[in-house]
Design a protein around this ligand. Structure first.
Ligand code: SF4
Length: 281
């Protein structure tokens, strides 16, 4: 949705990307918020949460040793200390938005996967699922960035509606509430979906998958430049920046209707969201 060419570089060419400080801090903060719920409710305090940061950072480094690259050339450790300090501030801000002593999540970091009638398989990881005694479901996602401006909120909610669709298809329950918690700006964005919303998302996903399939067969992946190009690791091979993409690694058939199908794809300019995946039949 954001940039078809970026999708090609990531999914088909599998070009490597450098770890980023912001994304890694997001992973660290998510791990801390997930682990905090291991403690009894009364112990889920801000100091306890902040105390989890060093251990979770060590675990992250153990599972992804390449992250040590992030702080190479920082012998005094000042940059690392500043980065960890920002992670602490994000964790602390969460306590002004939610009260974990009063929450008992039904699930944390829940992997979900389902197959639509068309055979398209959807999967993703939901940060937190809360269920009321009456069985109402709330899907919660943490963002370490800032809340989008209102005109971009729809893009940010798309990911949440995607999760809601998967939960609906899996459990036959439409989640009562979708909640995005923005730790970067201290905002909470909520949306109460109805079945028609999720049916719209399903149609959009099917159109998106058609476009992906067609582009895969024809090799026609268009760049879609936005302000987010500033964060793209692939400018050197992107025509928008004077680069040439690598030779397409798949066999292709002539493009007839790429434009027609790609025209059905709405761009997502939110830049928000953890990866969600869709996989064809
Ligand atoms: S630089 Fe921009 S247009 Fe080019 S691939 Fe990356 S996101 Fe797409």
């Amino acid at each position: 949705m954001r940039c078809p060419l970026l999708y090609r570089f990531r999914v088909i060419d599998k070009l490597p990307e450098k770890p980023s400080e912001a994304a890694t801090r997001g992973t660290l903060v998510h791990a801390v918020l997930e682990r905090l719920f291991d403690a009894p409710a009364a112990d889920r305090t801000a100091p306890k949460a902040k105390a989890l940061i060093p251990g979770q950072w060590d675990r992250l480094l153990e599972s992804k040793p390449e992250l040590t690259e992030l702080f190479e050339g920082d012998p005094g450790g000042e940059r690392l200390a500043g980065w960890l300090g920002e992670a602490e501030r994000l964790v602390e801000r969460w306590f002004s938005l939610e009260d974990p002593t009063r929450l008992e999540p039904a699930e944390r970091e829940l992997f979900v996967e389902t197959e639509l009638d068309s055979g398209l398989r959807l999967r993703g990881v939901i940060d937190r699922v809360d269920v009321t005694p009456a069985g109402e479901v709330r899907i919660v996602d943490y963002k370490t960035g800032k809340a989008p401006r209102p005109e971009y909120a729809e893009g940010a909610l798309f990911q949440m509606k995607f999760y809601a669709l998967v939960v609906w298809r899996l459990k036959n329950v439409v989640p009562r509430r979708l909640q995005l918690v923005y730790l970067g700006s201290g905002d909470v964005l909520t949306y109460d979906p109805v079945p028609a919303d999720l049916e719209r998302v399903e149609r959009k996903l099917l159109a998106l998958w058609d476009a992906i399939r067609l582009a895969t067969e024809t090799g026609e992946w268009r760049p879609r430049p936005t302000k987010l190009c500033g964060w793209c690791d692939h400018q050197a091979v992107c025509p928008e920046f004077g680069g040439t993409p690598p030779v397409y690694p798949l066999s292709v058939r002539p493009a007839e209707s790429v434009e027609a199908v790609q025209g059905r794809m709405e761009p997502d300019r939110s830049g928000a969201g953890r990866p969600v995946a869709l996989e064809g039949p």
